[in-house]
Design a protein around this ligand. Structure first.
Ligand code: SUG
Length: 439
């Protein structure tokens, strides 16, 4: 079994609208001029770097934005140009319908590898992302893309969980494994039926997005073994510090768990993970990061825990955002290889995405597949150097250098996006009915 990272290709309307209350970077960069071309090229450079490390890489296409059907559903009627003009008088709604947030594919779905699922198939559940208006419009297109790319009999696709049960996908899901079946950890911040028993605190400053009940639905749908599945509550303190997903405060892969001491609400959380892994022969190595090494605020600044932990040709490697090269995080990383089985540290520049609170790990969806399952994946979405060259040329041909909030109602932008996405469906052989505007 081999893990493939499916990165979201950053879309042409990448911008900073401050849409994610609780996400410190999103709020603090609101209104800033964005650089869509640079953003997409940074994303592609990350994919190339991962390939260079010997890690297989796939791509998920951006969504159609501004999404005119959403604007119509919000009451803005008329021809597309009139819709944009009317919506421009409601900037937050227009920005929501134009957001390129589908780039953060760690939120596209939860994926369970076949080894963990009762029927021996790979299971996908698109996240409903119901906590934020701009993200709640993603699940339909994400589900369509996943079905198109993973379409053989090896794959099972579920509907998103009921929207009142907030589900943010793989960003709150970690899998530990050694050989064969793994242990799957789901992290939630709230319960839809009120505070869950044993909870000592609720966040005061920022909302919790993930509902425990949603994680439980996903685990049942995927046919996971309850003995190998854990549901743990994220700490209110972390959420209030700006940790809006668990992947902002912990990262796990194979038998290694890099985790902040304040990630979980319950004191025995790490012990429970350890014990469950031990029960199934997984020799878990927990790297518990203390507050006095990397404070929560520093973790949110540097995005240390939003690094990708990957099995590279050179050994276990932590692929970090370039912001980790400064401050207390930098000192911590220098010493990390001497205290863990993480052998190498790589720093990558994804600053355009980082300014929206999206680090390297947010930009990818992990899909672990056997050789046979991999042969059932839509091959044009699996990358090699040549395909990345072609995608870079596509970005250079179609993306604007800069984008301001007022550009979102420019009818020319809509035309540019349609031309670009039409060309992309050819490049990735996704068919001529992949996007709604094509139908
Ligand atoms: O949902 N930011 C995203 C960042 C998602 C990060 N994903 C993971 N942690 N896996 C979010 O908060 C900001 C968009 C804006 O403000 O324009 C935004 O949606």
């Amino acid at each position: 079994m081999r893990e493939i990272n499916f990165d979201g290709l950053i879309g042409p309307t990448h911008g900073y609208a401050g849409l994610s209350h609780g996400n410190v970077a999103s709020a603090s960069n609101r209104g800033r001029v964005s650089r869509p071309r640079e953003a997409a090229l940074q994303g592609l450079a990350k994919m190339r770097a991962l390939l260079g490390l010997g890690v297989p890489q796939g791509v998920l296409p951006p969504h159609e934005r501004p999404h005119v059907p959403t604007l119509r559903a919000l009451g803005f009627s008329g021809a597309p140009k009139e819709v944009l003009e009317w919506a421009s008088r409601h900037p937050l709604l227009l920005a929501s319908a134009a957001s390129a947030s589908a780039m953060w594919t760690a939120n596209a779905a939860t994926v369970s590898p076949s080894a963990d699922c009762a029927d021996g198939k790979v299971h996908f559940t698109p996240a409903n992302l119901s906590a934020k208006v701009h993200r709640a419009i993603e699940p339909a297109q994400s589900g369509r893309a996943l079905k198109r790319i993973f379409s053989s009999a090896h794959f099972v696709h579920h509907a998103p969980v009921l929207a009142t049960m907030g589900d943010e996908g793989a960003a709150n899901h970690t899998r530990f494994h050694h050989e064969g079946a793994g242990v799957e950890l789901f992290v939630f911040g709230r319960s839809v039926f009120g505070p869950s028993s044993g909870a000592t605190a609720s966040p005061q400053r920022f909302p919790a997005r993930q509902a425990r009940e949603a994680s439980e639905v996903v685990a049942r749908m995927h046919g996971l073994d309850p003995a190998r599945t854990l549901f743990l509550r994220q700490s209110a303190r972390a959420i209030d510090a700006g940790v809006f997903h668990n992947d902002v405060i912990a990262v796990g892969h194979e038998h290694v768990h890099l985790v902040h001491e304040h990630a979980f609400e319950d004191d025995d959380a790490l012990e429970r993970i350890d014990k469950t892994c031990a029960d199934f022969g997984i020799p878990l190595e927990t790297v518990r990061v203390r507050e006095d090494e990397v404070a929560l605020a520093e973790a949110v600044r540097s995005y240390l825990f939003n690094s990708q932990l990957v099995r590279a040709e050179q050994g276990l490697t932590l692929v970090c955002p370039i912001e980790c090269g400064e401050g207390a995080t930098s000192a911590f990383l220098e010493a990390l290889p001497s205290r863990s089985s993480i052998e190498h540290i790589a720093l990558l520049d994804v600053r355009q995405s980082m300014r929206n609170g999206g680090g390297p790990a947010c930009l990818r969806l992990r899909v672990a597949l056997t050789e046979e399952e991999r042969s059932g994946v839509h091959a044009p979405c699996l990358l090699d150097g040549e395909k990345i060259d072609a995608l870079e040329a596509w970005v250079r041909a179609h993306y604007r250098e800069e984008l301001t909030p007022s550009d979102l109602s420019d009818p020319a932008l809509l035309d540019e996006v349609y031309v670009a996405l039409d060309a992309l469906t050819t490049l990735l052989a996704l068919g001529s009915d992949f996007y709604e505007f094509q139908r």
